[in-house]
Design a protein around this ligand. Sequence first.
Ligand SMILES: Nc1nc2c(c(=O)[nH]1)N[C@H]1C(S)=C(S)[C@@H](COP(=O)(O)O)O[C@H]1N2
Ligand SMILES: [Mo]
Length: 514
Amino acid sequence: MGIRTAVSASWRHAVTGVLAAVAGIAAGHLVAGLTNPAASPVLAVGSTVIDATPTPVKEWAVAHFGTNDKPILLGSVTLVTLLLAAAAGVLGRRRPAVAVTFVVVLAALATAAALTRPVAAPADALPGATAAVVGLGVLALLFRLIAGGARRAGLALTAYPTAGDSRRSFLLGATGVAVGAVGVATLGQKLASSGDTGVTTLPAPRDPAPAFPAGLEARVDGISPLRTSNAAFYRVDTNLVVPRVSADRWRLRITGMVDHELTFSYRDLLAMPLIERDITMTCVSNEVGGGYVGAARWLGVRLADLLERAGVHADADQLLSTAVDGFTIGTPMKVVRDGRDALVAVGMNGKPLPDKHGFPARLVTPGLYGFVGATKWLTTLTATTYAKDQAYWTRRKWATDAPIKTSARIDAPRPLSTIQAGTTAIGGVAWAQHRGVAGVEVSIDGGPWQKATLGPDVGLDYWRQWYLPWKATSGRHQLRARAVDRTGAVQTDQRATPFPSGSSGIQEVIVLVG
Ligand SMILES: Nc1nc2c(c(=O)[nH]1)N[C@H]1C(S)=C(S)[C@@H](COP(=O)(O)O)O[C@H]1N2
Ligand SMILES: [Mo]
Protein backbone atom coordinates (compact mmCIF):
# COMPACT_ATOMS: atom_id res chain seq x y z
CA MET A 1 0.00 0.00 0.00
CA GLY A 2 1.52 3.37 -1.07
CA ILE A 3 1.80 6.36 1.24
CA ARG A 4 -1.07 8.16 -0.48
CA THR A 5 -3.43 5.26 0.03
CA ALA A 6 -2.33 4.97 3.65
CA VAL A 7 -3.05 8.66 4.26
CA SER A 8 -6.43 8.58 2.60
CA ALA A 9 -7.26 5.38 4.44
CA SER A 10 -6.65 7.11 7.77
CA TRP A 11 -8.80 9.96 6.64
CA ARG A 12 -11.59 7.54 5.98
CA HIS A 13 -11.09 6.00 9.40
CA ALA A 14 -11.23 9.44 11.02
CA VAL A 15 -14.43 10.19 9.11
CA THR A 16 -15.84 6.85 10.20
CA GLY A 17 -15.15 7.65 13.86
CA VAL A 18 -16.80 11.05 13.52
CA LEU A 19 -19.83 9.68 11.66
CA ALA A 20 -20.34 6.88 14.17
CA ALA A 21 -20.44 9.49 16.97
CA VAL A 22 -22.63 11.91 15.00
CA ALA A 23 -25.11 9.23 13.90
CA GLY A 24 -25.30 7.82 17.44
CA ILE A 25 -25.88 11.26 18.95
CA ALA A 26 -28.48 12.10 16.28
CA ALA A 27 -30.36 8.86 16.91
CA GLY A 28 -30.21 9.50 20.66
CA HIS A 29 -31.53 13.02 20.09
CA LEU A 30 -34.49 11.67 18.14
CA VAL A 31 -35.38 9.12 20.83
CA ALA A 32 -35.05 11.89 23.45
CA GLY A 33 -37.34 14.10 21.37
CA LEU A 34 -39.97 11.39 21.61
CA THR A 35 -39.48 10.67 25.31
CA ASN A 36 -37.68 13.42 27.26
CA PRO A 37 -35.70 16.15 25.45
CA ALA A 38 -33.43 16.70 28.47
CA ALA A 39 -32.13 13.11 28.18
CA SER A 40 -30.61 13.80 24.75
CA PRO A 41 -26.89 12.80 24.82
CA VAL A 42 -25.37 16.25 24.23
CA LEU A 43 -27.87 18.02 26.50
CA ALA A 44 -27.56 15.55 29.37
CA VAL A 45 -23.76 15.76 29.28
CA GLY A 46 -23.92 19.56 28.88
CA SER A 47 -26.26 19.94 31.89
CA THR A 48 -24.01 17.74 33.98
CA VAL A 49 -21.02 19.87 33.01
CA ILE A 50 -22.98 23.05 33.97
CA ASP A 51 -23.84 21.68 37.41
CA ALA A 52 -20.25 20.55 37.96
CA THR A 53 -18.68 23.83 36.82
CA PRO A 54 -17.13 25.76 39.72
CA THR A 55 -18.81 29.09 40.49
CA PRO A 56 -15.90 31.35 39.37
CA VAL A 57 -15.74 29.64 35.96
CA LYS A 58 -19.52 30.03 35.57
CA GLU A 59 -19.30 33.71 36.41
CA TRP A 60 -16.48 34.13 33.93
CA ALA A 61 -18.52 32.39 31.23
CA VAL A 62 -21.62 34.51 31.90
CA ALA A 63 -19.51 37.69 31.96
CA HIS A 64 -17.74 36.89 28.67
CA PHE A 65 -20.39 35.10 26.67
CA GLY A 66 -23.64 36.42 28.22
CA THR A 67 -26.61 34.34 27.13
CA ASN A 68 -24.36 32.72 24.50
CA ASP A 69 -22.75 30.74 27.33
CA LYS A 70 -24.96 27.72 26.62
CA PRO A 71 -24.42 27.43 22.84
CA ILE A 72 -20.70 27.90 23.49
CA LEU A 73 -20.72 25.16 26.12
CA LEU A 74 -22.63 22.78 23.84
CA GLY A 75 -20.32 23.62 20.96
CA SER A 76 -17.22 22.87 23.05
CA VAL A 77 -18.60 19.56 24.33
CA THR A 78 -19.43 18.59 20.74
CA LEU A 79 -16.09 19.69 19.31
CA VAL A 80 -14.06 17.77 21.90
CA THR A 81 -16.24 14.68 21.33
CA LEU A 82 -15.76 14.82 17.56
CA LEU A 83 -11.97 15.27 17.83
CA LEU A 84 -11.80 12.23 20.11
CA ALA A 85 -14.08 10.34 17.71
CA ALA A 86 -11.75 11.09 14.79
CA ALA A 87 -8.78 9.90 16.82
CA ALA A 88 -10.63 6.73 17.86
CA GLY A 89 -11.49 6.09 14.20
CA VAL A 90 -7.84 6.40 13.14
CA LEU A 91 -6.67 4.11 15.94
CA GLY A 92 -9.48 1.74 15.04
CA ARG A 93 -7.81 1.09 11.73
CA ARG A 94 -5.25 -1.21 13.35
CA ARG A 95 -7.27 -2.03 16.43
CA PRO A 96 -11.02 -1.93 15.79
CA ALA A 97 -11.55 -2.58 19.51
CA VAL A 98 -10.38 0.97 20.25
CA ALA A 99 -13.12 2.48 18.08
CA VAL A 100 -15.73 0.10 19.47
CA THR A 101 -14.69 0.91 23.04
CA PHE A 102 -14.87 4.65 22.28
CA VAL A 103 -18.44 4.44 21.00
CA VAL A 104 -19.50 2.30 23.97
CA VAL A 105 -17.82 4.59 26.52
CA LEU A 106 -19.32 7.70 24.89
CA ALA A 107 -22.82 6.21 24.96
CA ALA A 108 -22.29 5.02 28.55
CA LEU A 109 -21.25 8.54 29.64
CA ALA A 110 -24.32 10.05 27.98
CA THR A 111 -26.54 7.42 29.64
CA ALA A 112 -24.97 8.03 33.05
CA ALA A 113 -25.39 11.80 32.62
CA ALA A 114 -29.06 11.36 31.67
CA LEU A 115 -29.78 8.98 34.55
CA THR A 116 -28.15 11.21 37.17
CA ARG A 117 -30.14 14.35 36.25
CA PRO A 118 -32.22 15.47 39.24
CA VAL A 119 -35.51 14.24 37.83
CA ALA A 120 -34.37 11.26 35.78
CA ALA A 121 -36.60 8.30 34.93
CA PRO A 122 -35.41 4.82 33.84
CA ALA A 123 -36.60 5.59 30.29
CA ASP A 124 -33.88 8.26 30.11
CA ALA A 125 -31.42 5.42 29.41
CA LEU A 126 -33.02 4.87 25.99
CA PRO A 127 -31.31 7.71 24.05
CA GLY A 128 -27.85 6.53 25.20
CA ALA A 129 -28.63 2.90 24.41
CA THR A 130 -29.87 3.87 20.96
CA ALA A 131 -26.73 5.94 20.42
CA ALA A 132 -24.57 2.87 21.22
CA VAL A 133 -26.43 0.58 18.82
CA VAL A 134 -26.49 3.10 15.95
CA GLY A 135 -22.87 4.19 16.54
CA LEU A 136 -21.60 0.59 16.46
CA GLY A 137 -23.70 -0.15 13.38
CA VAL A 138 -22.16 2.80 11.52
CA LEU A 139 -18.65 1.75 12.59
CA ALA A 140 -19.19 -1.77 11.30
CA LEU A 141 -20.67 -0.60 8.01
CA LEU A 142 -18.04 2.01 7.15
CA PHE A 143 -15.04 -0.07 8.28
CA ARG A 144 -16.23 -2.81 5.96
CA LEU A 145 -16.64 -0.41 3.09
CA ILE A 146 -13.09 0.88 3.63
CA ALA A 147 -11.80 -2.69 3.63
CA GLY A 148 -13.32 -3.05 0.18
CA GLY A 149 -15.98 -5.25 1.56
CA ALA A 150 -18.87 -3.65 -0.27
CA ARG A 151 -20.22 -7.09 -1.00
CA ARG A 152 -19.88 -8.21 2.60
CA ALA A 153 -21.59 -5.03 3.68
CA GLY A 154 -24.43 -6.00 1.42
CA LEU A 155 -23.79 -3.22 -1.10
CA ALA A 156 -22.58 -5.17 -4.11
CA LEU A 157 -21.41 -2.51 -6.56
CA THR A 158 -19.15 -4.62 -8.76
CA ALA A 159 -18.26 -8.28 -8.78
CA TYR A 160 -14.52 -7.67 -8.18
CA PRO A 161 -13.97 -4.65 -5.96
CA THR A 162 -10.82 -2.59 -6.61
CA ALA A 163 -9.29 0.17 -4.42
CA GLY A 164 -11.25 2.76 -6.44
CA ASP A 165 -14.52 0.92 -5.92
CA SER A 166 -13.94 0.69 -2.20
CA ARG A 167 -13.28 4.44 -2.07
CA ARG A 168 -16.45 5.10 -4.02
CA SER A 169 -18.58 2.81 -1.95
CA PHE A 170 -17.13 4.33 1.23
CA LEU A 171 -17.97 7.82 0.01
CA LEU A 172 -21.47 6.71 -0.85
CA GLY A 173 -21.97 5.00 2.50
CA ALA A 174 -20.48 7.92 4.47
CA THR A 175 -22.63 10.47 2.65
CA GLY A 176 -25.70 8.34 3.30
CA VAL A 177 -24.90 8.16 7.02
CA ALA A 178 -24.23 11.91 7.22
CA VAL A 179 -27.45 12.86 5.44
CA GLY A 180 -29.42 10.38 7.54
CA ALA A 181 -27.91 11.74 10.76
CA VAL A 182 -28.77 15.34 9.89
CA GLY A 183 -32.35 14.33 9.05
CA VAL A 184 -32.77 12.33 12.25
CA ALA A 185 -31.26 15.09 14.43
CA THR A 186 -33.47 17.73 12.81
CA LEU A 187 -36.57 15.66 13.44
CA GLY A 188 -35.49 15.14 17.06
CA GLN A 189 -34.98 18.88 17.49
CA LYS A 190 -38.44 19.58 16.04
CA LEU A 191 -40.03 17.18 18.50
CA ALA A 192 -38.04 18.59 21.42
CA SER A 193 -38.99 22.21 20.82
CA SER A 194 -42.63 21.97 19.79
CA GLY A 195 -44.45 24.94 21.26
CA ASP A 196 -46.16 26.24 24.38
CA THR A 197 -48.64 24.17 26.31
CA GLY A 198 -51.95 25.24 24.79
CA VAL A 199 -53.38 27.10 27.80
CA THR A 200 -54.45 30.48 26.43
CA THR A 201 -56.83 32.23 28.81
CA LEU A 202 -56.63 33.13 32.48
CA PRO A 203 -59.34 34.29 34.87
CA ALA A 204 -59.59 37.99 35.73
CA PRO A 205 -57.84 39.08 38.92
CA ARG A 206 -59.89 39.55 42.10
CA ASP A 207 -57.43 42.29 43.04
CA PRO A 208 -56.28 44.00 39.82
CA ALA A 209 -53.30 46.32 39.55
CA PRO A 210 -54.08 49.99 38.81
CA ALA A 211 -54.36 51.06 35.16
CA PHE A 212 -50.92 50.92 33.61
CA PRO A 213 -49.56 54.40 32.78
CA ALA A 214 -48.01 55.41 29.45
CA GLY A 215 -44.23 55.27 29.63
CA LEU A 216 -41.60 57.73 28.45
CA GLU A 217 -40.58 55.52 25.53
CA ALA A 218 -42.80 57.49 23.14
CA ARG A 219 -40.92 60.68 24.05
CA VAL A 220 -37.35 59.64 24.88
CA ASP A 221 -35.47 57.89 22.10
CA GLY A 222 -33.74 54.65 23.06
CA ILE A 223 -35.16 54.35 26.60
CA SER A 224 -36.40 50.92 27.78
CA PRO A 225 -40.19 50.56 27.55
CA LEU A 226 -41.94 50.93 30.91
CA ARG A 227 -43.09 47.32 30.61
CA THR A 228 -40.92 44.57 29.16
CA SER A 229 -42.72 42.34 26.68
CA ASN A 230 -42.65 38.59 27.29
CA ALA A 231 -40.60 38.17 24.13
CA ALA A 232 -37.97 40.70 25.24
CA PHE A 233 -37.81 39.54 28.89
CA TYR A 234 -34.39 38.20 29.89
CA ARG A 235 -34.08 34.50 30.58
CA VAL A 236 -31.71 32.97 33.11
CA ASP A 237 -31.75 29.35 34.26
CA THR A 238 -29.58 26.27 34.34
CA ASN A 239 -31.53 24.40 31.66
CA LEU A 240 -30.24 23.63 28.20
CA VAL A 241 -33.76 22.74 27.07
CA VAL A 242 -36.79 24.62 28.35
CA PRO A 243 -38.89 22.26 30.50
CA ARG A 244 -42.33 21.67 29.04
CA VAL A 245 -44.85 20.90 31.73
CA SER A 246 -48.33 19.51 31.22
CA ALA A 247 -50.81 21.73 33.05
CA ASP A 248 -53.09 18.71 33.54
CA ARG A 249 -50.53 16.58 35.31
CA TRP A 250 -48.79 19.42 37.20
CA ARG A 251 -49.28 19.76 40.98
CA LEU A 252 -48.05 22.26 43.55
CA ARG A 253 -47.33 20.69 46.93
CA ILE A 254 -46.81 22.58 50.18
CA THR A 255 -45.00 20.47 52.72
CA GLY A 256 -42.30 20.37 55.43
CA MET A 257 -42.77 22.22 58.71
CA VAL A 258 -46.49 22.87 58.25
CA ASP A 259 -49.69 21.88 60.06
CA HIS A 260 -51.45 20.79 56.87
CA GLU A 261 -49.78 19.45 53.76
CA LEU A 262 -51.58 20.88 50.75
CA THR A 263 -51.67 19.98 47.08
CA PHE A 264 -53.06 22.16 44.32
CA SER A 265 -53.75 21.45 40.67
CA TYR A 266 -53.42 24.16 38.03
CA ARG A 267 -57.23 24.38 38.00
CA ASP A 268 -57.26 24.78 41.81
CA LEU A 269 -54.84 27.71 41.57
CA LEU A 270 -56.87 29.43 38.85
CA ALA A 271 -60.02 29.06 40.98
CA MET A 272 -58.42 30.92 43.91
CA PRO A 273 -58.59 34.72 44.32
CA LEU A 274 -55.86 36.05 42.05
CA ILE A 275 -53.90 39.23 42.53
CA GLU A 276 -52.20 41.26 39.82
CA ARG A 277 -48.95 43.10 40.55
CA ASP A 278 -46.33 45.09 38.64
CA ILE A 279 -42.90 43.80 39.65
CA THR A 280 -39.41 44.30 38.24
CA MET A 281 -37.20 41.22 38.37
CA THR A 282 -33.41 41.30 38.40
CA CYS A 283 -30.80 38.58 38.14
CA VAL A 284 -27.97 38.60 40.65
CA SER A 285 -25.60 38.03 37.70
CA ASN A 286 -26.56 41.41 36.23
CA GLU A 287 -23.52 43.65 35.87
CA VAL A 288 -23.90 47.38 36.49
CA GLY A 289 -25.58 48.69 33.32
CA GLY A 290 -26.55 45.15 32.24
CA GLY A 291 -29.67 43.67 30.74
CA TYR A 292 -30.66 40.88 33.15
CA VAL A 293 -33.59 42.91 34.42
CA GLY A 294 -37.18 43.07 33.24
CA ALA A 295 -40.46 44.60 34.39
CA ALA A 296 -43.79 42.86 33.96
CA ARG A 297 -47.36 42.59 35.21
CA TRP A 298 -47.78 39.30 37.08
CA LEU A 299 -50.99 37.46 37.93
CA GLY A 300 -51.09 34.83 40.63
CA VAL A 301 -52.00 33.64 44.09
CA ARG A 302 -50.57 35.55 47.04
CA LEU A 303 -47.87 33.30 48.49
CA ALA A 304 -48.58 34.42 52.06
CA ASP A 305 -52.20 33.17 51.70
CA LEU A 306 -50.99 29.71 50.69
CA LEU A 307 -48.50 29.58 53.57
CA GLU A 308 -51.21 30.76 55.96
CA ARG A 309 -53.50 27.93 54.86
CA ALA A 310 -50.73 25.38 55.31
CA GLY A 311 -49.93 26.71 58.80
CA VAL A 312 -46.16 27.20 58.64
CA HIS A 313 -44.39 26.47 61.94
CA ALA A 314 -42.78 29.43 63.68
CA ASP A 315 -39.29 27.90 63.62
CA ALA A 316 -39.18 27.44 59.83
CA ASP A 317 -36.82 30.16 58.58
CA GLN A 318 -36.50 29.05 54.95
CA LEU A 319 -39.05 28.46 52.21
CA LEU A 320 -37.37 25.94 49.93
CA SER A 321 -38.93 25.70 46.51
CA THR A 322 -38.28 22.87 44.10
CA ALA A 323 -38.81 22.97 40.36
CA VAL A 324 -39.70 20.39 37.74
CA ASP A 325 -36.04 20.36 36.66
CA GLY A 326 -34.83 19.55 40.18
CA PHE A 327 -33.52 23.09 40.66
CA THR A 328 -34.04 24.52 44.15
CA ILE A 329 -34.32 28.02 45.58
CA GLY A 330 -34.29 29.07 49.23
CA THR A 331 -36.23 32.18 50.17
CA PRO A 332 -36.09 33.72 53.65
CA MET A 333 -39.43 32.97 55.35
CA LYS A 334 -39.45 36.37 57.05
CA VAL A 335 -39.27 38.10 53.67
CA VAL A 336 -42.18 36.26 52.09
CA ARG A 337 -44.27 36.84 55.21
CA ASP A 338 -43.45 40.52 55.79
CA GLY A 339 -46.49 41.74 53.87
CA ARG A 340 -44.93 42.18 50.42
CA ASP A 341 -46.83 40.72 47.49
CA ALA A 342 -44.77 37.62 46.74
CA LEU A 343 -46.83 35.45 44.43
CA VAL A 344 -47.15 32.07 42.87
CA ALA A 345 -47.60 33.54 39.41
CA VAL A 346 -49.54 31.93 36.57
CA GLY A 347 -49.74 34.96 34.28
CA MET A 348 -47.22 37.37 32.78
CA ASN A 349 -48.35 40.51 30.96
CA GLY A 350 -51.87 39.18 30.43
CA LYS A 351 -50.80 35.76 29.12
CA PRO A 352 -50.23 32.39 30.79
CA LEU A 353 -46.53 32.14 31.70
CA PRO A 354 -44.48 31.31 28.62
CA ASP A 355 -42.64 27.96 28.90
CA LYS A 356 -39.28 29.67 29.25
CA HIS A 357 -40.53 31.83 32.12
CA GLY A 358 -41.82 28.90 34.16
CA PHE A 359 -45.18 27.57 32.91
CA PRO A 360 -47.45 26.62 34.59
CA ALA A 361 -46.45 28.47 37.79
CA ARG A 362 -43.48 30.29 39.24
CA LEU A 363 -42.57 32.27 42.29
CA VAL A 364 -42.11 36.04 42.03
CA THR A 365 -40.75 37.73 45.14
CA PRO A 366 -40.55 41.52 44.92
CA GLY A 367 -37.23 42.90 46.13
CA LEU A 368 -35.13 39.72 45.93
CA TYR A 369 -32.84 38.62 43.12
CA GLY A 370 -34.27 35.82 41.00
CA PHE A 371 -32.02 33.09 42.40
CA VAL A 372 -33.55 33.48 45.88
CA GLY A 373 -37.16 34.18 45.00
CA ALA A 374 -38.27 33.47 41.44
CA THR A 375 -38.47 29.68 41.06
CA LYS A 376 -39.76 28.73 37.60
CA TRP A 377 -41.66 25.49 36.86
CA LEU A 378 -42.44 25.39 40.58
CA THR A 379 -43.63 22.06 42.03
CA THR A 380 -42.99 22.04 45.77
CA LEU A 381 -42.79 24.58 48.56
CA THR A 382 -41.12 23.14 51.67
CA ALA A 383 -41.10 25.00 54.96
CA THR A 384 -37.69 24.19 56.43
CA THR A 385 -34.59 25.75 57.99
CA TYR A 386 -31.29 26.98 56.58
CA ALA A 387 -29.56 24.66 59.03
CA LYS A 388 -31.22 21.65 57.42
CA ASP A 389 -31.48 22.38 53.68
CA GLN A 390 -29.42 24.27 51.13
CA ALA A 391 -30.60 25.38 47.71
CA TYR A 392 -28.77 25.03 44.37
CA TRP A 393 -26.85 28.33 44.36
CA THR A 394 -26.39 28.47 48.11
CA ARG A 395 -24.53 25.16 47.92
CA ARG A 396 -22.33 26.97 45.43
CA LYS A 397 -21.61 29.69 47.99
CA TRP A 398 -23.94 32.41 46.72
CA ALA A 399 -25.79 34.47 49.34
CA THR A 400 -28.85 33.13 51.17
CA ASP A 401 -30.65 36.45 51.55
CA ALA A 402 -30.10 38.73 48.58
CA PRO A 403 -32.11 41.96 48.36
CA ILE A 404 -31.79 43.70 44.98
CA LYS A 405 -29.33 46.59 45.07
CA THR A 406 -30.38 50.07 43.96
CA SER A 407 -29.19 50.74 40.44
CA ALA A 408 -29.64 53.22 37.59
CA ARG A 409 -28.99 52.17 34.02
CA ILE A 410 -28.27 54.48 31.09
CA ASP A 411 -30.12 53.27 27.97
CA ALA A 412 -29.54 56.33 25.79
CA PRO A 413 -27.20 57.35 24.36
CA ARG A 414 -25.73 53.87 23.81
CA PRO A 415 -22.28 53.32 25.27
CA LEU A 416 -19.53 54.22 22.77
CA SER A 417 -22.05 55.48 20.22
CA THR A 418 -21.54 58.61 18.13
CA ILE A 419 -24.37 61.14 18.29
CA GLN A 420 -24.98 64.52 16.72
CA ALA A 421 -24.28 67.72 18.62
CA GLY A 422 -27.37 69.58 19.84
CA THR A 423 -30.24 69.00 22.21
CA THR A 424 -30.79 65.36 23.09
CA ALA A 425 -31.69 63.38 26.19
CA ILE A 426 -29.80 61.08 28.48
CA GLY A 427 -32.27 58.47 29.70
CA GLY A 428 -32.77 55.05 31.18
CA VAL A 429 -34.35 53.09 33.98
CA ALA A 430 -33.60 52.79 37.69
CA TRP A 431 -34.70 50.24 40.25
CA ALA A 432 -34.69 49.86 44.03
CA GLN A 433 -37.33 47.17 44.45
CA HIS A 434 -39.45 47.30 47.58
CA ARG A 435 -37.81 50.56 48.68
CA GLY A 436 -38.86 52.53 45.59
CA VAL A 437 -36.95 55.04 43.47
CA ALA A 438 -37.12 58.59 44.83
CA GLY A 439 -34.81 60.18 42.29
CA VAL A 440 -32.12 59.74 39.67
CA GLU A 441 -29.10 61.99 39.27
CA VAL A 442 -26.79 62.38 36.31
CA SER A 443 -23.23 63.65 36.19
CA ILE A 444 -21.70 64.75 32.88
CA ASP A 445 -17.90 64.74 32.55
CA GLY A 446 -17.46 64.49 36.31
CA GLY A 447 -19.60 67.59 36.90
CA PRO A 448 -22.21 68.07 39.65
CA TRP A 449 -25.04 65.57 40.08
CA GLN A 450 -28.12 66.92 38.30
CA LYS A 451 -31.67 65.79 39.01
CA ALA A 452 -33.23 63.83 36.17
CA THR A 453 -36.96 63.92 35.41
CA LEU A 454 -38.72 60.72 36.47
CA GLY A 455 -41.29 58.82 34.46
CA PRO A 456 -44.60 57.52 35.89
CA ASP A 457 -44.64 55.80 39.28
CA VAL A 458 -45.75 52.16 39.03
CA GLY A 459 -45.04 51.36 42.67
CA LEU A 460 -42.25 50.43 45.08
CA ASP A 461 -41.48 47.13 43.40
CA TYR A 462 -41.25 48.54 39.88
CA TRP A 463 -38.49 50.31 38.03
CA ARG A 464 -38.73 53.95 37.07
CA GLN A 465 -37.85 55.55 33.78
CA TRP A 466 -35.84 58.80 33.88
CA TYR A 467 -34.26 61.34 31.52
CA LEU A 468 -32.19 64.50 31.54
CA PRO A 469 -32.24 66.89 28.57
CA TRP A 470 -28.68 67.52 27.40
CA LYS A 471 -27.09 70.04 25.05
CA ALA A 472 -24.41 67.81 23.63
CA THR A 473 -21.30 69.62 22.42
CA SER A 474 -18.81 67.96 20.09
CA GLY A 475 -16.12 65.84 21.66
CA ARG A 476 -15.90 62.84 23.92
CA HIS A 477 -18.13 62.81 27.01
CA GLN A 478 -18.47 60.70 30.10
CA LEU A 479 -21.99 60.15 31.50
CA ARG A 480 -22.83 58.66 34.90
CA ALA A 481 -26.19 58.04 36.58
CA ARG A 482 -27.15 57.01 40.10
CA ALA A 483 -30.45 56.38 41.84
CA VAL A 484 -31.69 57.42 45.26
CA ASP A 485 -34.21 55.18 47.01
CA ARG A 486 -37.16 56.34 49.10
CA THR A 487 -35.31 55.75 52.35
CA GLY A 488 -32.94 58.48 51.10
CA ALA A 489 -30.05 56.07 50.48
CA VAL A 490 -27.91 56.99 47.46
CA GLN A 491 -26.73 54.23 45.13
CA THR A 492 -23.23 53.26 46.21
CA ASP A 493 -20.19 53.92 44.03
CA GLN A 494 -18.47 50.97 45.73
CA ARG A 495 -17.87 48.37 43.05
CA ALA A 496 -18.84 44.77 43.69
CA THR A 497 -18.93 41.72 41.42
CA PRO A 498 -22.21 39.82 41.00
CA PHE A 499 -20.87 37.04 43.27
CA PRO A 500 -22.06 36.48 45.97
CA SER A 501 -24.92 38.97 46.43
CA GLY A 502 -25.20 41.23 43.38
CA SER A 503 -23.11 43.83 41.56
CA SER A 504 -22.82 47.43 42.68
CA GLY A 505 -21.11 50.60 41.49
CA ILE A 506 -22.05 53.41 39.16
CA GLN A 507 -22.31 52.94 35.42
CA GLU A 508 -20.09 55.12 33.24
CA VAL A 509 -20.94 55.61 29.60
CA ILE A 510 -18.61 57.18 27.07
CA VAL A 511 -20.20 58.83 24.01
CA LEU A 512 -18.73 60.67 21.06
CA VAL A 513 -20.56 63.76 19.89
CA GLY A 514 -19.88 64.54 16.20
N1 LIG B 1 -36.36 26.19 37.92
C1 LIG B 1 -35.54 27.25 37.85
N2 LIG B 1 -36.00 28.45 38.26
C2 LIG B 1 -35.20 29.54 38.21
C3 LIG B 1 -33.87 29.44 37.76
C4 LIG B 1 -33.41 28.16 37.34
O1 LIG B 1 -32.25 28.00 36.93
N3 LIG B 1 -34.28 27.09 37.40
N4 LIG B 1 -33.08 30.58 37.73
C5 LIG B 1 -33.45 31.70 38.58
C6 LIG B 1 -32.75 32.92 38.27
S1 LIG B 1 -31.10 32.97 38.64
C7 LIG B 1 -33.39 34.03 37.78
S2 LIG B 1 -32.60 35.51 37.66
C8 LIG B 1 -34.80 33.96 37.36
C9 LIG B 1 -34.94 34.43 35.94
O2 LIG B 1 -36.27 34.34 35.50
P1 LIG B 1 -36.62 34.62 33.98
O3 LIG B 1 -35.79 33.66 33.17
O4 LIG B 1 -38.07 34.42 33.83
O5 LIG B 1 -36.20 36.04 33.70
O6 LIG B 1 -35.32 32.66 37.45
C10 LIG B 1 -34.95 31.95 38.61
N5 LIG B 1 -35.70 30.73 38.64
MO1 LIG C 1 -30.42 35.04 38.40
